[in-house]
Design a binder for this molecule. Structure first.
Ligand SMILES: Nc1nc2c(ncn2[C@@H]2O[C@H](COP(=O)(O)OP(=O)(O)OP(=O)(O)O)[C@@H](O)[C@H]2O)c(=O)[nH]1
Ligand SMILES: [Mg+2]
Length: 324
């Protein structure tokens, strides 16, 4: 999804100034090409050209703007829910359709006012027609203010969305803050995520890709504790939706080096189990973990644990092989 292609959104004043000042420049160029035409006829031709320019400007600028927004009906479930978390989709649609409506209204006005320009009209009358035309166009465009503001805000939200692929076998790496998720991502893929010795290092969804048996696999580093579903922050919300809609397998990273209690980590695991996805258990930092601690942990659990990235890859390959 090419969210970075969304055109920047300006104020009504900006669009009006641009349209009118460019129309004036265009008019000059056009006038120079009409030296052989009689004065009265030329005045009217030049004015019509100006009206046409304004008409085309809004048609093109607004078409470009509206069509650069993603079509909300064609979004995948992941993006659809992500978008509706931050943006009122009905308002977005209404704003976009009002912008398109304004372009067609300007089109209609340009035709109507062009017809008012008579062949033998004195210049003072021509100016009056232009003034009325510009006044009507300004009133249509000025009415767009709140819609343009809404689109500006929607754009700000949408361009920051992670660019995920929703048709690939996807491994979501989850676990408590500082557990080693980003480190694992950097071991499994060529991604170079930020790795910090403190919790909440990852502030965006880190994505990485690898190919196994010539099949591409997407890895998503999904941070956050998902502690309060109703109060999830921006990144937690993305992580939650990635697990819900994109994960083919969830890797749950346990950190036994003591920073967070097992009880807390287990609580996050319960939440992951709620998604009904296959979960693979990985224990990080085994290089600094005592053998006793590890043995005690494994002995107290019924799940199978993986301790190395290589063995994890084998597990992912098995999942990939049985994936449709
Ligand atoms: N010794 C050792 N340290 C590790 C290992 N994996 C991660 N770490 C360290 O643990 C700290 C946290 O690692 P990250 O990969 O940033 O952890 P994270 O889960 O992405 O953390 P957040 O982004 O805050 O959720 C860093 O200081 C890493 O260097 C490991 O296998 N062994
Ligand atoms: Mg991280």
């Amino acid at each position: 999804m090419a969210f970075n292609k969304i055109q920047s959104v300006e104020t009504p004043k900006f669009y009006l100034n641009t349209a009118f000042s460019r129309a004036r420049k265009e008019e000059k160029k056009y006038r120079n090409n009409l030296k052989k035409v009689g004065k009265a006829k030329r005045t009217v031709m030049v004015e019509k050209h100006r009206f046409n320019y304004v008409q085309d400007y809004f048609k093109n600028a607004f078409h470009k703007l509206v069509s650069s927004f993603p079509s909300t009906d064609q979004l995948s479930e992941f993006y659809s829910e992500l978008l509706s978390t931050y943006i009122e989709i009905g308002t977005l649609k209404k704003s976009l359709s009002t912008i398109s409506w304004a372009a067609s209204k300007v089109d209609e006005l340009a035709r109507m006012y062009s017809k008012k320009l008579g062949q033998d009209m004195p210049y003072s009358e021509v100016l009056k027609v232009r003034k009325s035309f510009y006044g009507r166009v300004s009133s249509v465009i000025n009415r767009l203010e709140k819609h343009l503001l809404y689109l500006k805000e929607a754009r700000r939200v949408i361009v920051a969305f992670p660019v995920v692929k929703d048709n690939l076998f996807t491994v979501c790496i989850t676990g408590f803050p500082n557990a080693g998720k980003s480190t694992l991502l950097s071991r499994l893929t060529s991604a170079k995520p930020a790795i910090g010795s403190y919790a909440f290092t990852t502030k965006q969804l880190n994505l990485g890709y690898s190919s196994f048996n010539s099949r591409k696999v997407q890895f998503i580093d999904c941070p956050g504790t998902l502690a309060r579903p109703e109060k999830m922050n921006y990144i937690e919300r993305q992580a939650y939706l990635a697990v819900k809609y994109l994960a083919s397998i969830v890797v749950f990273v346990y950190d036994l080096t003591g920073e967070y209690s097992l009880r807390e980590q287990d609580a996050l695991l319960r939440k992951m189990e709620g998604f009904d996805k296959k979960i693979v258990f990985y224990v990080s930092k085994t290089d600094i973990l005592s053998k006793e601690a590890l043995t005690e942990f494994i002995g107290s659990r019924k799940e199978n644990f993986i301790f190395s990235a290589d063995l994890l890859v084998e597990e992912i390959k098995r999942g990939l092989a049985s994936w449709a």
